[in-house]
Ligand binder design. Structure first.
Ligand code: GLC
Length: 545
């Protein structure tokens, strides 16, 4: 296989608002990203993915787009983006944009024309429906809380918003809408980007508008025409270009994800799913204080690895993104510096040795932790503040709600990138839009670069291994000792070669299974292996000889 096969790539996700501020307004910007490209080249990633940088009222930090052809002034200008792309290319970095086309902001011209006006040519760009006996058209719940329909008093109809009330769902059944969306994608292809991440793209085909006995997901997840639409989008836009695409798939299935990502179907290159991250939910509920169900985590990851491999699809693999808490606080431990370092390295290793395209979310590579905020005033995210209000309404006491937010809030990952031990981690010379975690003095990029034993060098090594050894990209996977209580063990096989990955998810020293040998060349490891025991949060990758 060629060296340039996109499947050998590693992607680095940037949340521009929290990455690097060059203006002193407390929010990151495009120039700030340009300043740090050398660092990303040093890390060795192949792509950077920018979460949305288009014009937006920022109610959902850019996932509410009001103009797809303009750059949000807060982030800079189109010239800045052009420079960013050019400077990235000079360093062999490719750039992916985030495309949010399941919905627009209610500030978008289309919606402004459609709202309160049944005659508008854009009315059918959205889902406006009559009320049902004075109630919303269906009982579906918004993913950010409350009913998913918002009343338009002038026309006495409701519009659908699966997310915030300012994010109105687009009607993909309307051919004109699809055509307009393809024009947007083509505009950015011509602009020079190298790939796209498609936001909640498996929600674009809605089924009938009927009441649900749950929250309504079954009527719009992997909907009836979704594969037809994605194939059509592929053919009208990026399909014949050298582009890497990834779709964010909400509550999806392996079967659908094979269809989305098997190249023969000409839909997308790869898929994100979230099942492996719901393993600390209590009874499937996010807003709870749960514990990692380690068995479930292993089973889900392995089921997806095997299923997608067999079906010829392609996974995006990840622990972290801008919607998830920090993995080291979540599935590892940030209780002490030693535990943090060991568990961050172990988690990196166990993920990067899987098949698929690994995504690193800014700060993950230095083992950034949840900020452990202790006041609701420190939270900014609309989903978190809605959840806070909802839990209060249900009668939870404030301390419990804060503990839940500390574990689940999306703001856990949105705190500023920690560049150095200077004020505010050198993220901004002004006041950051969201607080910087207290541990910035010890956890920061500068310190990580200066310490060859730091988490950063483990990530660097893992990226190099992927580039160098085809087995990591193409090899099949074989789960081993799947029921083991503390260890995550699997083999990779490719041609005549076998690699074994062993990871200890507990703080304690654990005996390896008796019949598991550790002979071979050690490709990467952390912790120690003594007398058949692997240290707490230790991991090791062995190339069998
Ligand atoms: C995706 C994004 C998330 C956003 C939502 C609505 O899940 O990752 O940040 O809030 O879509 O656009």
């Amino acid at each position: 296989m060629s060296q340039h096969d996109w499947r050998k790539s590693v992607v680095y996700q940037i949340y521009p608002k929290s990455f690097n501020d060059t203006t002193g307004n407390g929010q990151g910007d495009l120039q700030g990203i340009i300043e740090k490209l050398d660092y990303l080249a040093f890390l060795g990633v192949d792509y950077i993915w920018l979460t949305p940088v288009y014009e937006s009222p920022m109610n959902d930090n850019g996932y509410d787009i009001s103009n797809y052809f303009k750059i949000n002034e807060q982030f800079g200008t189109k010239e800045d983006l052009e420079t960013l792309i050019d400077e990235s290319h000079k360093r062999n970095l490719k750039v992916m944009l985030d495309i949010v086309i399941n919905h627009t902001s209610t500030e978008h011209e289309w919606f402004k024309s459609a709202y309160e006006n049944k005659e508008s040519p854009y009315r059918d760009y959205y889902f406006f429906r009559k009320s049902k006996d004075g109630q919303p058209p269906t009982n579906w719940e918004s993913k950010f809380g409350g009913n998913a329909w918002q009343y338009d008093p002038v026309t006495d109809e409701y519009y659908l918003h699966l997310f915030d009330v300012t994010q109105a769902d687009l009607n993909w059944d309307n051919t004109e809408v699809r055509r307009a969306l393809y024009d947007i994608i083509n505009y950015w292809i011509d602009f020079g980007v190298d790939g796209f991440r498609f936001d909640v793209i498996n929600l674009v085909s809605k089924d009938e508008f009927k009441d649900s006995n749950k929250i309504g997901k079954e009527f719009y997840t992997d909907g009836p025409r979704v594969h037809e639409y994605l194939h059509e989008m592929n053919r009208h836009t990026f399909g014949d270009k050298e582009m890497m695409t990834v779709g964010e798939m909400s509550s999806t299935t392996i079967e659908d994800c094979i269809k989305y990502s098997n190249p023969e179907r000409q839909e997308l290159s790869s898929v994100f799913n979230f099942h492996h991250l719901k393993v600390d939910y209590v009874n499937g509920e996010k807003w709870t204080k749960g514990q990692l169900d380690f068995q479930k985590l292993k089973h889900i990851l392995m089921e997806w690895q095997l299923g997608i491999h067999q079906g010829g699809g392609w996974n995006a693999i990840f622990w972290c993104n801008h919607d998830q808490p920090r993995v080291v606080s979540r599935f590892g431990s940030d209780a002490t510096e030693a535990l943090r370092e060991q568990s961050a390295k172990m988690l990196a290793t166990v993920l990067h040795m899987l098949q698929g395209t690994p995504y690193i979310y800014q700060g993950e590579e230095i083992g950034m932790t949840n900020p452990h905020f202790n006041s609701i005033d420190q939270y900014r995210d609309v989903e978190s503040t809605n959840a806070f209000a909802e839990m209060k309404r249900k009668g939870y006491d404030a301390a419990t709600i804060l503990e839940i937010l500390d574990q689940k809030s999306r703001d856990n990952s949105r705190t500023p990138m920690q560049w150095s031990n200077e004020t505010n981690g050198d993220f901004t010379s002004g006041t950051p839009w969201i607080d910087v975690p207290d541990n910035v003095a010890s956890i920061n990029v500068e310190a990580a670069i200066n310490d060859k034993q730091s988490v950063l060098y483990t990530y660097r090594r893992l990226i190099q291994l992927r580039h160098e050894y085809d087995i990591i990209t193409y090899g099949s996977i074989e789960p081993l000792y799947i029921g083991h209580e503390q260890l995550f063990i699997y083999n990779r096989h490719y041609n005549e070669e076998t690699w074994t990955v062993i990871a200890n998810f507990s703080q304690k020293r654990v005996c390896l299974p008796e019949d598991l040998t550790v002979e071979g060349e050690i490709m990467v490891s952390n912790g120690e292996l003594i007398d058949g025991k692997i240290s707490g949060f230790g991991s090791i990758v062995i190339k069998r000889v």
